[in-house]
Design a protein around this ligand. Structure first.
Ligand SMILES: Cc1ncc(COP(=O)(O)O)c(C=O)c1O
Length: 417
């Protein structure tokens, strides 16, 4: 078998065949974390059985652990198309990395009164709160870019309006975990660069649904989380090499003598999760050619992701077409058929007169899993004035979902609405 087959994909995920009292599970909670294929589990198991020692010893387990850690960094560099393996590092998760990097940048840039930080009303709080804390501690001013609540996109001049020679940092998301909008981060990073500011891109919601190329985007920093793309709970960061080399990093003294990535990776390297993140990238690469045993390459990663995207796009079209025909349902994101490429399949809805949490509970009773509320997207939910109504009901597709599952959800929603 070669190429993408939904049956072949699903067979690789042990969690997808679990049922409760004979009822299959429908996983539509993917924006909050995806299920994991056997290959990822095998990678983590092997790390704990065969590659389990600290790094730098002369014995075989230590040598194997070091080789594994190197391989995981190579895979992350290929996943992002980073120029060098030393341009990427791992951390606990996106939020923890961003809290640390915001403090490292605050100190490196010597931020203070008169400096400006640009944040977005479309972002998850993990790319907002760390910068608000920096602003509160330094006296820097925060400027906001606002999205249009009818189109769910930033107007072309949204960033131009707030950029100035005082802007030091621009923090934006590649894709929103609320509206699902994919932002034109390439143009935003170019604008930030011309203003002399550093760009910091949150790619957590984009990473499971598209090919990331940090060189093409031209960003200074970009971060995602492997548990959103079929891996373990772990964050993966890219940084521009000259910035990583020159910047300050809060670290323990013995590790300060090292360059990136060790300069930014605090504590012992978590072999089992590094192995699992490597496995997740290998899994994505195998989606194009169905062979997880082939050597990892950038081309295979991109081809695998594109194969998954083809299936996802058909499901997104089916989902949004169905949602827009249910009376009382409002999709809080892009719906027009010719603009679906400008969104990820993270689809937030509201239903007239219904509480999102109640709907999520009714669906859970039917073994359909999804999230409701603000989902940490405080800014977008407030910007759309939905907090008072309990936020949204969020439906999140992954490449392992099926057309039948989407039909079942649409029937369930029709009944609820
Ligand atoms: C867009 C976005 N950014 C950041 C995060 C936070 O990621 P983590 O859990 O890795 O800290 C999430 C998690 O849902 C997210 O969706």
């Amino acid at each position: 078998m070669t190429g993408f087959s939904i049956a072949g994909v699903r067979a690789q995920f042990p969690a997808l065949s679990i049922s409760d009292d004979g009822k299959s599970r429908i996983y539509l909670d993917n924006p909050a974390g995806t299920q994991v294929p056997q290959h990822v589990i095998n990678r983590a198991n092997r790390a704990m059985i065969e590659q389990n020692a600290n790094l730098g010893g002369a014995f075989v387990t230590s040598e194997m652990a070091l080789a594994l850690v190197d391989e995981a960094h190579q895979a992350a560099a290929q996943f992002y198309n980073a120029p060098a393996t030393t341009d990427v590092f791992y951390g606990a998760n996106m939020t923890t990395i961003t809290l640390a990097m915001s403090r490292n940048l605050q100190k490196t840039l010597n931020l203070g009164e008169g400096d400006e930080i640009v944040l977005s009303r479309m972002d998850h709080d993990a790319n907002v709160a760390p910068w608000l804390l920096v602003a509160a501690d330094t006296g820097a001013t925060v400027k906001w870019i606002e999205f249009d609540t009818d189109t769910f996109e930033f107007p072309d001049d949204a960033l131009d309006k707030v950029l100035s020679d005082k802007t030091r940092i621009v923090a934006v998301s590649y894709a929103s975990n609320c509206t699902g909008t994919i932002n034109d981060v390439k143009s935003m990073c170019a604008k930030a660069r011309s203003a002399g500011a550093i760009s910091y891109v949150d790619a957590v919601q984009f990473a499971p649904h598209g090919v990331i190329d940090v060189q093409d985007i031209g960003c200074d920093f970009l971060v995602s989380s492997a548990y959103k793309f079929f891996g373990p709970h772990q964050g993966i960061m890219y940084g521009r090499s000259d910035l990583l080399d020159s910047m300050f990093s809060y670290q323990v003294r013995p590790a300060l003598e090292y360059g990136s990535p060790a300069k930014f990776e605090t504590g012992s390297a978590p072999r089992e999760t590094l192995a699992a993140s490597l496995g997740a990238i290998e899994y994505i690469a195998s989606l194009g050619d169905d062979d997880a045993g082939l050597p990892l390459s950038r081309d295979r990663i991109a081809a695998g992701m594109q194969a998954a995207m083809g299936h996802e796009m058909a499901l997104t079209r089916q989902l949004i077409g169905g949602l827009t025909s249910i009376k009382g349902v409002k999709v809080r994101g892009i719906t027009s058929d010719n603009a679906l490429a400008r969104r990820v399949p993270t689809v937030s809805i509201t239903v007239d007169g219904k509480d999102p949490a109640d709907m999520a509970k009714s669906l859970a009773d039917d073994n359909t899993f999804l999230w409701s509320g603000h989902n940490y997207a405080l800014e977008p939910i407030n910007h759309m004035n939905l907090m008072k109504d309990g936020g949204v009901l969020r439906i999140g597709l992954a490449h392992y979902n099926t057309a039948e599952e989407v039909d079942t959800l649409l029937e369930q929603l029709e009944e609820l609405a």
